[in-house]
Design a protein around this ligand. Sequence first.
Ligand SMILES: Cc1ncc(C[n+]2csc(CCOP(=O)(O)OP(=O)(O)O)c2C)c(N)n1
Length: 663
Amino acid sequence: MLPEISYPSNTLDSNQLTQLFFKMLKPRLIEEKMLILLRQGRISKWFSGIGQEAISVGVTSCLFPDEYVLPMHRNLGVFTTKEVPLHRLFSQWQGKKSGFTKGRDRSFHFGTQEYKIIGMISHLGPQLGVADGIALAHQFRKEKKITAVFTGEGGTSEGDFHEALNIASVWDLPVLFCIENNGYGLSTPTAEQYRCENLADRGAGYGIESHIIDGNNIIEVYTKVNEIAESMRENPRPVLIEFKTFRMRGHEEASGTKYVPQELMDFWEKKDPIENFKKYLLSEGILTEEKITHQEDLIRAEISAHLKMADDEEVISSTVENEIKDVYQHFNFTPTLPKTSQKEEVRFIDAISQGLKQSMQRHENLILMGQDVADYGGVFKITEGFLEEFGRERIKNTPICESGIVSTAMGLSINGVKSVVELQFSDFVSSGFNPIVNYLAKVHYRWNQNADVVLRMPCGAGVGAGPFHSQTNEAWFTKTPGLKVVYPAFPYDAKGLMATAIEDPNPVLFFEHKALYRSIRQEVPVDYYSLPFGKAAQLRKGDKISIITYGAGVHWAIEVLNKNSHIHADLLDLRSLQPLDKEAIFNSVKKTGKVIILQEDSLFGGIASDISAMISEECFEYLDAPVKRVGSLETPIPFSKNLEDQYLAKAEFETELEKLIVY
Ligand SMILES: Cc1ncc(C[n+]2csc(CCOP(=O)(O)OP(=O)(O)O)c2C)c(N)n1
């Protein structure tokens, strides 16, 4: 029988053809085994890539061992082509120790630096921006390497797809964007997913070269991608490829394919990439039935042996301490003291700018990204002059695409480059929320990869800027394990904590209150220095009441205390919220017996509530009054001055403080 697919001739030698066939055979035979195990209830979920092997195998075969590939849930062939030992894959799927996530994440949701494979998070799209970041790191180090990333056609409807292609285009990043168009996104057919004829047509809209390739034809996939990859290494640029293929099984095994018309199934079954290639190789006399059977036996034996290794491995166990320890990469903070005693009085904003600049001088592998940060110096002018000193490779204006840039920062970290991202206003972080809380925050716990990223968050009200330029949204992040949250109130702290945020290999959200930028001044060392996270500052000592606050709240409290010298208060400026200086909080409350916690954010669900709960649990016997929380109104932040003043917790704070004193 002749193949349904017509193969280009004279392009590859027999050995290459045989190798490609064997490479496709392996994931197919593993899957066949997995389907049996699934029916026996020995594995939980399975996303089949049967019928799509030519794409995973073909693309991965074109990459050098030190080039990264970012696969999705149907790309088993990427892992086998990169020669990941099967027992490690099986252990991963069984949640065992020899897997890649210590039982913490399932299926293909992991990365491995050893094999240069960076797996997905469930949200699909962020993967594409991460590829941009990996490619940017190669570009930064002037390495001629490409990065390949996969998405399904369903994933192309996510904003992340648009953002990642756009970023790659404006920065000429050598990313090979591979769309596997397999007809369905779960049960949704392509006609309900997009309306252009081919997804490759979208390339033009981003100014990106694009190609359509028959994804079931291994020779076409391999030869065309190889040619494109070689040309991308020489002439770095993104390329979009749409592979036409079909999903032969359900979205995942349990969900079936009832909604797929039988004719479609029949049509594509005839185009099976392995059966067709086999027929071709037999008809050309390149392989014999015996050789194929022999190879199948070898693969099946390998599968059995490795499955046994995984089966024999004991069920994973851990301790609470161990689980908590792995949320963050260990960071051995050693304070850097200023070289000289020279000091100068600077504004809050200048201190941040100095902290950033001196870190840029100190860390040659640090990139700063953000909207308008280069020539314009950022909307607050914090990075003014940076472009001249550090150049365009390190000071990067970004398109308006927060999600894509946060993902890019993640990719930079994966490929060894530190970054600081300026969110123009902290309010806009909502557009980059997903990669922060799902990728950056969880990546170390999941597969031991750190996210060496600082997100600068100009925040806060009191500047008449209305609902979308005034929020202080630290509580969106303090509740997410894996993130660090810093919130200085003074120039000295801001400069020293910025240095630490950049030294720390974990993701740090650095809140900068805009109302403090130009109103607060302080003497600050001229040289570089760093300050520890998780240490509150005791600004006033008193024994009648504890005031616990941070950010602008610190200055509101100082104002009230300056007016009311009869109030003998301990005033704690938390400086960092995650980690939180619980010891300083408890010590103060135990001394005074009364505590008021002030936050600028609306009260409900803010950090004041958690601090209050901790005090109730730890210091109950020491309390002489109920713990008082003060926050702003439960409304969006209004624009008009009178309304904003009424919204803010500042006025209420004074009243509540007086009440608590006399309780
Ligand atoms: C943000 C997000 N929305 C929805 C889902 C649920 N989901 C997982 S895979 C999938 C279909 C993806 O289709 P496609 O990108 O075409 O890839 P395929 O599964 O066909 O390979 C959906 C809807 C998800 N994981 N993440």
